[in-house]
Design a protein around this ligand. Structure first.
Ligand code: BTN
Length: 314
């Protein structure tokens, strides 16, 4: 998708109808060239209808407003670049493969993922009208031990934004977001490569937003914001609000670490006080530690967990 396509999408989004002539003259290209571009936008999944004498109409406006994303990134003090992909295997893999040329604090968004990855080598099922994005942060190697707390911090930021939208979401340790007992958001943080004292952290975020139905294979454990609330969410707004909140709180995270956010995290963490299974072993979840570790009791002993598979018995 190039600048001209983005211009066409913007005009379609902002007007009920827009004529081919008007688009052609604004872009200084032929009517034929507009036809061709409209055809390829349709092939990418944009629902564009043509009405005689009126022009083109975008009949489904639930799209990512790339122009708005770019404006926000330009005004941001943290984020440097926004890359929009129609389809990719996985945004985390894309960032990993291109990290040498990407600036720190680049955000990569994909409308479709063909091989989305989850934690513990699982698959991330691609639901329509979701959010799939990765943030690349190049950090001093010294800071890389912050990766676990950083994933918790990211989960907390997303939970905070969802709650501002009136969504009754909770955090399941370490960083899954749950709504009505099912998962709506997962985060995959990966450490990747090191160059001259810097290492890359890739924060992959998947949120099930406006999907109406959930595939059978995951419907017992996963849901979407729309399926639970019957509301449509403005995905562009949601991404920008999440990035803004991340940007606002990141300096506090860098200065004070996870402990600055611990109380809020504990407030919304659904594991606390519950009997949980950690890698198959039964334990009682007692607390969240200063660095975000899970503090549990097993057979009268205190055990600290900083990674692994945790199942809650609701
Ligand atoms: C999990 O809960 O297991 C983590 C899921 C993370 C999914 C996101 S979607 C965007 C990014 N790209 C991926 O391949 N995975 C993450």
């Amino acid at each position: 998708m190039d600048e001209k396509d983005i211009f066409i999408l913007r005009k379609l989004y902002e007007n009920k109808y827009i004529s081919g002539e008007e688009l052609a003259s604004s872009l200084n290209i032929s009517r034929m060239a507009i036809n061709k571009r409209i055809k390829s936008l349709k092939a990418l999944g944009y629902k564009i209808e043509s009405a005689r004498k009126k022009g083109y109409e975008l009949s489904d406006k639930d799209i990512i407003r790339i122009w708005e994303m770019k404006d926000y990134i330009q005004s941001s003090n943290l984020f440097k670049e926004f890359i929009y992909l129609d389809e990719v295997d996985s945004t985390n893999t894309y960032v990993k493969q291109n990290q040498q040329h990407l600036e720190s604090s680049t955000v990569v968004y994909a409308e479709r993922q063909t091989q989305g990855r989850g934690r513990l080598s699982r698959r991330w099922v691609d639901l329509e009208k979701g959010i799939k994005m990765s943030i690349l942060l190049k950090l001093l190697l010294l800071d890389l031990e912050k990766i676990v707390p950083l994933t918790l911090f990211t989960g907390l930021v997303i939970n905070r934004v969802l709650r501002k939208y009136g969504v009754n979401s909770f955090i399941k340790w370490s960083n899954d977001i749950y709504l009505n007992g099912k998962k709506v958001c997962g985060i995959l943080c990966e450490l990747s490569g090191e160059v001259e004292g810097f290492g890359s952290i890739i924060i992959g975020i998947g949120i099930n937003v406006n999907a109406k139905s959930i595939p059978d294979e995951i419907k017992d454990i996963a849901t979407s914001l729309k399926a639970e609330t019957s509301q449509d969410f403005d995905r562009t707004r949601l991404i920008i609000d999440i990035l803004k909140e991340f940007e606002k709180e990141f300096p506090n995270f860098e200065t004070y670490g996870f402990s600055h956010f611990r109380d809020e995290y504990k407030n919304f963490c659904i594991n606390l006080g519950k009997e949980i299974l950690v890698n198959g072993q039964k334990m009682l979840c007692m607390d969240i530690g200063e660095n975000g570790e899970l503090v549990c009791e097993k057979d009268g002993k205190i055990v600290e967990i900083s990674s692994g598979e945790v199942t809650i018995r609701f």
